[in-house]
Design a protein around this ligand. Sequence first.
Ligand code: AMP
Length: 372
Amino acid sequence: MKIGVLGAGQLGRMLALAGLPLEMQFSFYDTSGAPSVGIGNVFIDQGGTGKDLDSFLADVDIVTSEFEHIPLDLARKIESRKMLLPSSESTRVCQNRGEEKRLFTKLGIPTPKYHLVDSLAAFESAVEQLGCPVVAKTVTDGYDGKGQAVIRDPADVASAWNRIGNTQLIVEKFVNFSRELSIIAVRSKSGQLAFYPLTENTHHEGILRYSVAPAPRISPELDKQAQCYIGELLEALNHVGILTLELFETEQGLLANEMAPRVHNSGHWSIEGANCSQFENHLRAIADLPLGDCQAQQPTCMINIISEKGDIQGLLRLPYAHIHLYGKDERKGRKLGHVTVQADSYKELTWRIRNVAAHLPGSPEYHPTENR
Ligand code: AMP
């Protein structure tokens, strides 16, 4: 099967690495002008003018995507000519934080209190009604904490509006969560479902740094609750492929933060940590093949390599470290690769994570959540 991928970054690269053993072939459609995928046929259409779209589509049987910020008219145009999975409807909802929140609310999935605003006056009124602190986010295009502001004093609203205000913002009540979790699930074309375990995520300066799976100290009820939420989202969107739901764990239970209609950084642990990785399961789902086993074989952690590659030689000497580099040049805040470690216990895992982090300059210290 010939798979076309919209986007040509590390997620596309890892999809291809998972699909080659299944005799899949890959073509990528890049609109950034800077593809880093390093594998398969790459069609570059800088600025998304539609140039080369015909050649890309002629080269593939089915199209999927490694990012959700695709212009909707492009997604629909592709959909009118080839099978696009997930569909443009999943993209439409997941590229807009307002639409996501509306769907959470419609399905009864708890989410932080929020207001959608499109003027400074509406922003001020939302902050007054919610009460500080609040988090303001651009409704579209934000990622890795970009386009966001935490407002602790109503006097700061105008400067936040000038800095991130565009046509629309979502203003959310700041949540005092105990930790951040994500759940990744997959739905095949014929409706089969499979769920990866809840994963515990640690962010630093808005960027994911550590993902531990299965998240420690999760009750069967909480796991079931998360599966129930994402299962409802998959069905409501008629989604085919991987869907990721980011959650806050609070004393009152889980709150849905946002979702992504694609393979996700918090699922990279599954390459070594599960029998079937998120990448392979995404491909199986869109190709309508039986889904693979999502269970974590043992406590596993993914450590992101951000900004600088660090001491790769030193990492290669650690017998338990699996190193993935994405073929990208160093730049502040850029995801350059990741390392996966596994261990028989969470205690041993913590030591291994710290040994890896010691080779990565700028890595925040790793603290298991029970010690925070
Ligand atoms: P997001 O782009 O929505 O995933 O937000 C980036 C990060 O900001 C999250 O991973 C959280 O650490 C933090 N954050 C987002 N929304 C809230 C909120 N309502 N309350 C507290 N922290 C938040």
